[in-house]
Ligand binder design. Structure first.
Ligand code: SF4
Length: 625
């Protein structure tokens, strides 16, 4: 690592209890862990004991861009947040959540590779970070403000060009569903990190930086970036991605209300759609933003009132600082409970699901913890614990670790294995597997990936053409390892998983993508000649470090699983074959070089990955075989 080329060389650390800040060198972290989640997990390994809870002042919030952040590398406008998550279930665990927008690049321009926040402020505080350092500003007057007005006011107060992360009233009230939000739409989902900010009494972090960020070989960076853009030509992430609507519904909605496309810093794809429905706030929508569409369509049909309800639901959730992903399934979960006679109305008007008023009331009651909303603010998983037979209805929507389902677990053994082995819903940074194995083979022409092409790509990048055969667990352990390690590479650089890893491309004759793009970008930016293999090894190292953290938190082989409901047939949907899942886990541990009985990483593997310190620490805690 050389300061100035990709890295600024400094980590900014802030202690809210003592109201002090200092910097430390990035160099030792960058050598082995590069940035993003690599840096975040290492800071947790070094600083935070397993006993520390999500709301404990000792918990850290690590905001970590990577060496590509702030450069013109396509899809590099994102950054990662690592913290102990209040959302994970049944235990709070250290996990990750990525965010797009402009805040990450701005932090780099202010002179920092990362921000680490610890402690808890006596009074509500805003942080103001600039080229000159950090100021602690009173946030007393901001209390109760939603995320949009917080940003508008702070920009007026500080600098109209600053970039802001903030929480809304849901985060202030420690809802486990609270996100950290920037602009109108960029959010850290499925982690509850907004509540961690709330517990620290930190309302917002504004950043403005004007320092240059050096690139070792700008010409080469331009060449590789052009290659990425060419290979991503016809990437459908912009127009087609959503599990909620079919293509026709989505196009109908967008064609009626789109103003323009928008997205993160320096992104060629601009996958968010700026939507302006008459009579409600404008919003920038993507994928899960349409969570209320199926319910509102049932109630209103295809009318303007339906569109207003859909747009308002999304916009309101963002204003309150709530995770939209939860609500898609929460509404189904509540409906099922009501239908089974297990839930009284509890002030939620469940007979009018789909109405504009229903979703307004639901979001408001959760945000302000009114009535039954107080329990729902803890998330569906913890709500299910309080309702007799609640998990019979919750599990099919929330298959593991309190995260909402994303992809057909019963229909894909690899997805079942990915879910079983993560600390959160895995697919947000691992879309590449879904795209290759599910989306594109089923896409409409001309964007179909013919089966034989998909299989040859799977053979090349995931170890076997069986990697995308959904009828068997065979070859899935290797496919999952490759998927996890590639996603770790993306999350340490940091790049967007709509663009990377580039398994396939509609711009090449054989549809084959290029997995060396990441190392080419990193070499051009930093001047160190990274190979694809060396970078994948860094990804593997970070995944092993994440596993070591899980093990230190008490994760066992038995806990590497999905909810038992998936091992039973359900309304004609086949069961996940439990014995086959267990065998695939054993194969996975073996291929990872971990102990097959416990799922613990071994000293040999950790030392092979230069994680000597991690191996020694685990040994001291009797967690190494
Ligand atoms: S594809 Fe979308 S989420 Fe990814 S960097 Fe571009 S605009 Fe952001």
């Amino acid at each position: 690592m050389k300061d100035g080329w990709g890295f600024t060389g400094k980590i900014l650390r802030v202690d809210l209890t003592e109201r002090r800040s200092w910097t430390e060198s990035m160099e030792e972290y960058a050598k082995r862990f590069i940035g993003g989640i690599g840096l975040g997990y290492k800071i947790f390994w070094d600083d935070v004991g397993a006993e520390v809870g999500a709301y404990d002042p000792e918990n850290r919030l690590v905001f970590a861009p990577g060496p590509l952040t702030g450069t013109l590398a396509p899809g590099s406008g994102r950054f990662e947040i690592v913290s102990k998550s209040p959302r994970s279930y049944p235990k709070e665990t250290v996990t990750r959540s990525g965010m797009g927008g402009f805040w990450g690049p701005e932090l780099k321009y202010a002179g920092y590779d990362a921000l680490v926040v610890q402690g808890k402020s006596d009074e509500w505080v805003n942080l103001w970070i600039s080229n000159d350092g950090v100021e602690f500003l009173s946030a007393k007057d901001y209390l109760g403000e939603d995320t949009f007005s917080t940003q508008i006011r702070l920009r007026k107060e500080l600098d109209t060009r600053c970039q802001i992360l903030c929480i809304g009233p849901a985060g202030e009230r420690l809802s486990r569903l609270a996100v950290i939000l920037s602009e109108m739409t960029f959010a850290s989902g499925r982690s509850g990190f907004g509540a961690v900010m709330g517990a620290k009494r930190l309302k917002a972090i504004a950043v403005r930086g004007t320092n240059p960020l050096g690139v070792f070989d700008p010409q080469r960076l331009i060449e590789v970036s052009k290659k990425v853009r060419a290979l991503s030509n016809q990437n459908t992430s912009r127009e087609r991605t959503t599990l909620i609507l079919n293509l026709k519904e989505r196009e109908e909605f967008i064609n009626k209300h789109r103003k323009k496309n928008t997205g993160c810093f320096g992104c060629p794809l601009l996958c968010f759609t700026h939507i302006d429905v008459p009579g409600v706030d404008a919003c920038a929508a993507h994928c899960i933003s349409y969570f209320y569409h199926p319910h509102a369509t049932k109630f209103y049909g295809a009318t303007l009132e339906r569109d207003q309800a859909v747009a308002e639901a999304y916009s309101l959730a963002n204003r309150y600082g709530l995770d939209t992903f939860e609500f898609w399934h929460m509404i189904n979960f509540l409906r099922d409970l009501r239908d089974a006679g297990l839930l009284n109305q509890l002030g939620l008007d469940l007979d009018n699901i789909g109405r504009r008023g229903f979703v307004q009331k639901l979001l408001e009651s959760i945000t302000y913890r009114k009535g039954f909303g107080d329990l729902l603010a803890e998330g569906c998983a913890r709500t299910a614990d309080h309702i007799k037979n609640g998990w019979e209805f919750c599990a099919k929507y929330f298959p593991a670790y309190g995260s909402a389902a994303h992809g057909p677990i019963r229909k894909s053994p690899a997805l079942a294995l990915l879910w079983a082995l993560d600390s959160r819903g895995p697919l947000v940074d691992q879309h590449s597997y879904i795209r290759l194995s599910i989306s594109f083979p089923n896409e409409t022409p001309p964007l179909t990936l013919p089966r034989e092409r998909a299989e040859s790509i799977a053979q090349r990048f995931l170890g076997s053409k069986l990697a995308i055969d959904h009828s068997t667990f065979e070859s899935k352990a290797e496919a999952v390892i490759q998927t996890q390690d590639h996603s770790a590479v993306i999350d340490i650089l940091v790049l967007c998983d709509w663009l990377f890893p580039c398994f396939h491309s509609f711009a090449t004759e054989d549809r084959l993508g290029d997995l060396s793009l990441e190392s080419q970008l990193l070499s051009a930016v930093t001047g160190h000649p990274w190979s694809e293999k060396e970078l994948n090894r860094a990804g593997e190292r970070v995944w092993n470090l994440a596993r070591a953290i899980m093990i230190r938190e008490g994760r066992t082989r038995e806990q590497d699983t999905i909810h038992g409901i998936f091992f039973r047939e359900d309304k004609g949907e086949k069961a996940v074959f439990q014995t086959a899942l267990e065998q695939a886990k054993t194969e996975y541990y073996r291929l990872r070089g971990w102990d097959e009985r416990s799922g613990w990483p071994t000293r040999e593997k950790l030392e092979d990955l230069a994680l000597f310190d991690v191996a020694n620490d685990l040994k001291k805690e009797a967690l190494l075989t």
